[in-house]
Design a protein around this ligand. Sequence first.
Ligand code: NAP
Length: 297
Amino acid sequence: MTGRSIDGKAIAAKVRADVAAAVKQLPGQPALAVVLTGDDPASQVYVASKGKATIEAGMRSVEIRLPAETTEADLIARVDALSRDPDIDGILVQLPLPKHISEANVLAVIDPLKDVDGLTEASAGKLVLGKPGLRPCTPVGCVILAKTERPDLTGANVVVIGRSILVGKPAALLFLEQNASVTIAHSKTRDLKMVCRGADILVAAVGRPEMVRGDWIRPGAIVIDVGTNRVPAPEKGDGKTKLVGDVHFAEAIQVAAAVSPSPGGVGPMTIACLLRNTVLAACARRGWAVPEPLAAG
Ligand code: NAP
């Protein structure tokens, strides 16, 4: 028996269509500002696709590209100006930043009401306290993917491998919010394979290519692969590379009920959830009612 491959692209397209429909109902046009510092090639691709998706959803996209040698003070001044700009609804500082700049110091000047990445201390605090707020995009994408397979997560045993601030911790809290029983595993976890085999829903956010093998997965489980790892692909030619997830997809799909592939699973959801957060941020800040397509989720 083989499981289903969860079509993250199609599910993300539906979220984006809902966002676009919501934007049409708003009394004004939300604006998302993305700040890219330096010339990391992967970040350049992400920023370009975020800008394109923002415009496709009917919103205004503001891209600020700064050289790698930008000082921390200069970057903070730029982000602070966006926080004060009444015409900007969402601010995303593309990570990672160049080594000489403290990410924490920069994130600290993002107005929490514009924190569409959900990474400020204020947003993290609201998540822990169960208060309404902007949630981190990738973890929200994981929950949406899991719920397409199992709409009610009450009582589900969820194992999240990874405890990063960006993915693992917020993902665990979001699944807890859904009334799942959550275990967080990490590099110090003993007998990781057995811990994973207890999962109804297994979320891998590790950054280790194909670490999760078929025999780590409980038959019938749902597997969400967050990992994006670039590895050599000699089959494509000398020096070529490809992206793989943290899960060995071919083995996992033989055992699981459903597996989100990487690429093509969580990745597209991250951008879709960013657009969704931008609309939610605009509504909260400007006192607009959240339009019906987004109000439910
Ligand atoms: P990270 O900050 O490096 O965190 C990795 C986590 O994995 C840490 O908590 C670490 O444990 C744990 N870990 C490392 N080796 C392990 C092992 N052998 N066994 C068990 N746990 C282990 O990474 P991240 O930012 O969370 O990202 C994780 C992956 O998701 C990466 O591949 C990244 O590229 C990908 N990602 C994808 C998206 C997307 O949109 N698709 C977005 C963000 C991230 P310790 O805490 O004990 O060190």
